[in-house]
Design a protein around this ligand. Sequence first.
Ligand code: HEM
Length: 201
Amino acid sequence: MKKVFIYSSFERFWHWTQAALIVMLMLSGFEIHGSYVLWGFEKSVQLHRHLAWGLIVLWAFAIFWHFTTGNWRQYIPTTQKLAEVAIYYTKGIFEHLPHPYKLTKLRKHNPLQRLAYLFFKLIISPATWISGLLYMYFTEWTAWGLAGYLSLFWVAGIHTAAAFLMMAFFCGHVYMAFVCSPITAHIRAMITGYEEVEEDE
Ligand code: HEM
């Protein structure tokens, strides 16, 4: 095994800041939804609004980074080795077989990750921020000429549905982060930037 530098400092900063913001948005959002009492409704609303702006600014920087560095190409879907990776996670992993996909700096996501992250970037994130902003500026709908086209019931419903999708993605992502040997290898790679790969790569 040898260590290869995969994740740049911006990427690591973006990843962990996004994770922290999303956890806090989930906690405050589901309190607003009425699922539990944590900080109190008023405080959660304030917190949720500030964190949401933080996440939107972070996403703006991340989108700029993806396009200026060409990293958006890492998310182009591929069927190459897709079946092998799916079979690995459902069967091979329990038989301690080697991972069928060898990552490099130019191909750092396996085909399943590509699909999952693309779904996150193109569906879950936009659904969250578009519905969230419409929700936030509900009182402006008349001035913007949107009042006749939108319903708060649907906007809040779409925002909550997107929040559930984000929570499902988050749980799957955290689970997959620990499916490796040693168990902390991926977490360490996302902190240091270095991932261990097979010698022949
Ligand atoms: C960019 C992003 C986001 C924006 C602009 C946003 C905005 C909002 C707004 C304005 C509200 C209504 C609370 C209020 O009166 O102020 C709300 C509620 C909520 N948000 Fe977000 N939010 C964002 C991200 C998230 C994320 C990432 C999650 C969770 C994964 C989330 C989960 C929720 C939930 C569950 C509610 C309660 C919905 C209800 O029951 O009506 N939000 N959000």
